[in-house]
Design a binder for this molecule. Sequence first.
Ligand code: PLP
Length: 415
Amino acid sequence: MAANPAPTSAAYDVERVRRDFPILNTTVNGHPLVYLDSAASSQRPLQVLRAVEDYETHSHANVHRGVHALSQAATAAYEGARERVRRFINAGSTREIIFTRGTTEAINLVAQAWARNRLGPGDEILITALEHHANIVPWQMVCEQTGCTLKVAPINRRGELEFDAFAKLLGPRTRLVAVAHVSNALGTILPVERIIAAAHAAGALVLIDGAQAIPHARVDVRALGADFYTFSGHKLYGPTGIGVLYGREELLTAMPPWQGGGDMILTVSFEKTTYNALPWKFEAGTPNMSGAVGLAAAMDYVETLGIEAIAAHETHLLELATAALTRIPGIELIGTAAHKAAVLSFTMQGVHAHDLGTILDSQGVAVRTGHHCAMPVMTFFGVPATARASFGCYNTEGEVAALVSALGKAREVFG
Ligand code: PLP
């Protein structure tokens, strides 16, 4: 790891950014909050809170169904948010942007509407050993439903994908490759361009779980060539309960609807029901309009700061924290990939991660402890759990120092 961390850009004014997040002024156990849990859920800036409040105050009604003015305002806000998402990830059309509850629902949608309808015995789905449960369990369910097989590409002790082993697992039976863009448990950035190229060469489709990548990297789905790309609003400084499935139009068109109900139909009779066009075919029921509006505002916010500037700032903090934690006796970093995003997982010798988390919390430092919905990763590294510090656009060097100092205190407490 870098002994001399890359400096953050002088133009990036983190104190200015922090003023947009009033929750960061919270005091916890008599200490200023040090929020290092953005990988679980990031905080929302005033710009997002105000956009949601403005929608709820002035524009709310049900969408798509009303001729009255408020319904039209709500529809314009909701469909405007879809266009905002399209631009953010450079999709070719809003027909390719399906609003979901989050990454989990987006992956389940593909599992049930694409995989369940197409796969059978002899077919294979290939994932990696570092996936979040949201990118494991839906495929296991499809395997139970269809008789297809789940294959898992291995990782090494640094938490990197063993690419050659991955490539060997690809073959004519592989129908779908589903991989994280960034690992939530380890911070590893996966070589998704190479993965997509290799999978396509083998004739497989590719789903990228972008939940941890979207807040840290510019995602251009067309340049990437992914067939499906999924993410959640709440990890991108937006609201909970809103997320996105991007899918290539040709694939989405050929997929049957997943859930049935209002909004996803054109006509209903007891004899025959016909389905709505994309993207509404996959959005049964009243959608999360205020969530979509908040997500669009979050994307505006991120673009105002500049995703590259945010990423450079976070990389600086990650390198600083990595160097500092490496010097603390008894701390072991879990996940030391050459290419990492803003996640630092670690254990402290002789201390359960939950006890460590409690001691850190007593000093106002919020980190996540547990298996991070990635139990196979914990099993691979032979640990029941880790503590995980993760960085967002608002974290500071001072907060890295607070983490290091709190870990020093924990060391004293636990001897
Ligand atoms: N995939 C990854 C890599 C994640 O980190 C997460 C959440 O932590 C998810 C999927 C699931 O996201 P959500 O709970 O927002 O659906």
